[in-house]
Design a protein around this ligand. Structure first.
Ligand code: FE
Length: 133
């Protein structure tokens, strides 16, 4: 896969907006039904808002009703990294950009076929690259 990107906290703070920094680098969560992308049905590829790494095809996006953009599969095996997250008194699976380690959201096992997975993402962590652009 492409080389990993490692930056200091100060570098990220300069590169990202305060909102992006809070979610991508401090593992924040945007409020449900407030993000740019939870309703979006446009074609294209969703990339990491921090580093541009390709994460999800719009073909795998579905309306989960959660208020966050939801996908049933990552673009490729090396797009999204996962790790057990025991914060906030819960055991969840955290999803991160496999290239820069930025926080994207969480993965739950209540998604649709064929994977049964729900990649529950923050809109702030994503940028949609349109198919024809
Ligand atoms: Fe990234």
């Amino acid at each position: 896969m492409s080389e990993k990107i490692e930056r200091s906290d100060d570098e990220w703070r300069k590169l990202l907006s305060p909102e992006e920094y809070q979610i991508l680098r401090q593992k924040g969560t945007e409020r449900a039904f407030t993000g740019h992308y939870y309703k979006t049905k446009d074609n294209g590829t969703y990339v990491c808002a921090a580093c541009g790494h390709e994460l999800f095809s719009a073909d795998t996006k579905y309306d989960s009703g959660s208020g966050w953009p939801s996908f049933f599969a990552p673009l490729a095996g090396e797009s999204v990294a996962t790790e057990t997250d025991r914060s906030h008194g819960m055991v969840r699976t955290e999803a991160m950009c496999a290239r820069c380690g930025s926080h994207l959201g969480h993965v739950f096992e209540d998604g649709p076929a064929p994977t049964g997975l729900r990649y529950c993402m923050n809109s702030v962590s994503l940028k949609l690259k349109p198919k024809d652009g």
